[in-house]
Design a binder for this molecule. Structure first.
Ligand SMILES: *Cc1c(COP(=O)(O)O)cnc(C)c1O
Length: 355
C-alpha cells in the first residue's frame, strides 16, 4: 500500500486493482464496487481526517445505532465520461446540499463541503478507469452517513461514519413499467421525513411494493397520506403526467423528495416552451384523462434511470393502459439531459461539473 496525505485527506491505495475481473458488458446494477472508498468518522463532536481506503467490509459493534433505529441518510449521483476521457458530474452541489438537509432531519451532524468535494474528486481520479466512456455508461456514486455509536439507547448518536462508495453502471432498457396507485399504504406523512433521502423511507416501501408486484405492477405511485386523492411520487423517482401537451407534477413538500432530475426537467421544459403545471395532481383527473384519451404519457424522473416511461397504471381494481406516443416527452427529456451529462450538448444552465 502507498500512503499519502494531501492536505486533509489521507489516501491508502490498493496494491492491485480488481478491475480486470469485472465484466463491464454484463453489469448487475449496484453489485460491483470500485477499488476504493471514502470514509470520514465523526467523533468527539468533530469530523476527523477523511480517508480513502481500499473498498472492503466495515467492523462495527452490533449495538451500533444504525442497526436499531435506522439513523441513516444517503445520496445517489453519477459520474459520466465523454469521448475525450473527461469525467463529469451533474449538479453535484445539489446532492451535497441535499445530504445535509436529510442529515439535519435525522439529527445527524452536517458534513463539510470541502471534505465532500475533495474526497469525491480524489476518489474519482483514483478509480477513473472504472468510469467507462459511452452513452449510457456511468459510475453510480453512493454517499451515505450512518450512526455508528455503540449503544442501543434510543436517541441520536454522537458518533457517525460518512462514506462514499462507487459502482459501475450501464444503461439498460428494462422496459416500460406498470405502476399501482396507492390506496391504503403511505410512504410519508405531513411533518415526517419524506423529503429526506433517509434509509427508513425505503424500508417502509418494500412491503407495499411487494404486494403491488404480486398484482403484476413493478412500482407504486404514492398518494398523499391524508386522503390518498393526490398523486405524489414513485418512491425512487418523481412523477410527471402529460395531459394533452401539458406536464403535471406535484409540488415538493415535506412528503416529497426534491429530485435533481425533476427540477432539471422542469427547467428544460420551460426553456423549450413545454407547459409545466406544478400543482397538486388529483388521481381522479388522471383516471379521467386516461379514460378520455388526453393522458398521453406518464414517466418517472430520477438519477438512476433518468426518465422511466410508465405504460400502465392500476387504481381501485381497474387497469389503465397508456398508448405509446410517437414524439414522446419522455424520450425528448432523456436525450436532452443525457446530452448535457455526457458533454454532447451545450451546458446552457451550468450543470456540468468537470472532475
Ligand atoms: C432519489 C429520489 C428521487 C430522485 O431524485 P434525483 O435527485 O432526481 O435522483 C425521487 N424520489 C425519492 C424518494 C428519492 O429517494
Amino acid at each position: 500500500m502507498k500512503n499519502t496525505i494531501s492536505q486533509a485527506l489521507k489516501i491508502s491505495e490498493v496494491s492491485e486493482s480488481k478491475i480486470g475481473q469485472v465484466d463491464f458488458e454484463n453489469l448487475n446494477f449496484g453489485k460491483i464496487f470500485t477499488d476504493h472508498m471514502f470514509v470520514c468518522d465523526y467523533v468527539n463532536g468533530e469530523w476527523q481526517t477523511p480517508e480513502i481506503v481500499p473498498y472492503g467490509p466495515l467492523t462495527m459493534e452490533p449495538s451500533a445505532r444504525v442497526f436499531h433505529y435506522g439513523q441513516a441518510v444517503f445520496e445517489g449521483m453519477k459520474a459520466y465520461k465523454d469521448d475525450n476521457g473527461d469525467t463529469f458530474l451533474f449538479r453535484p452541489d445539489e446532492n451535497f446540499k441535499r445530504i445535509n438537509i436529510s442529515a439535519e432531519r435525522l439529527a445527524i451532524p452536517e458534513f463539510p463541503e470541502d471534505y465532500f468535494f475533495e474526497g469525491l474528486n480524489a476518489l474519482l481520479k483514483l478509480d477513473n478507469e472504472w468510469i467507462k466512456p459511452g452513452y449510457g455508461n456511468s459510475l453510480y456514486i453512493r454517499p451515505f452517513v450512518i450512526a455508528t455509536q455503540a449503544s442501543v439507547s434510543a436517541s441520536e448518536a454522537d458518533e457517525y461514519k460518512f462514506m462514499i462508495i462507487c459502482s459501475p453502471a450501464q444503461s439498460y432498457y428494462s422496459g416500460d413499467v406498470s405502476v399501482l396507485v396507492a390506496e391504503k399504504f403511505s410512504r410519508s406523512a405531513n411533518g415526517g421525513f419524506g423529503y429526506a433521502k433517509a434509509a427508513g423511507n425505503y424500508a417502509g416501501q418494500f412491503y407495499p411494493t411487494k404486494l403491488a408486484q404480486e398484482q403484476g405492477y413493478q412500482q407504486v405511485i404514492w398518494t398523499d397520506a391524508n386522503t390518498h386523492e393526490y398523486m405524489e411520487e414513485a418512491g425512487t423517482m418523481n412523477v410527471f403526467f402529460r395531459v394533452n401537451d401539458t406536464l403535471l407534477t406535484a409540488p415538493v413538500s415535506d412528503r416529497i423528495l426534491d429530485g435533481v432530475t425533476r427540477k432539471s426537467l422542469i427547467t428544460i421544459a420551460e426553456k423549450e416552451g413545454i407547459k409545466v403545471d406544478v400543482r397538486p395532481v388529483k388521481v381522479s383527473e388522471i383516471v379521467e384523462a386516461a379514460k378520455n384519451g388526453s393522458l398521453k404519457e406518464v414517466f418517472g424522473a430520477g438519477t438512476a434511470a433518468v426518465v422511466s416511461p410508465v405504460k400502465a397504471f392500476g387504481y381501485k381494481g381497474e387497469h389503465y393502459e397508456i398508448e405509446k406516443q410517437e414524439n414522446s416527452y419522455a424520450s425528448y427529456f432523456k436525450k436532452a439531459l443525457m446530452d448535457i451529462q455526457y458533454n454532447k450538448a451545450e451546458d446552457t444552465f451550468s450543470w456540468r461539473y468537470k472532475v
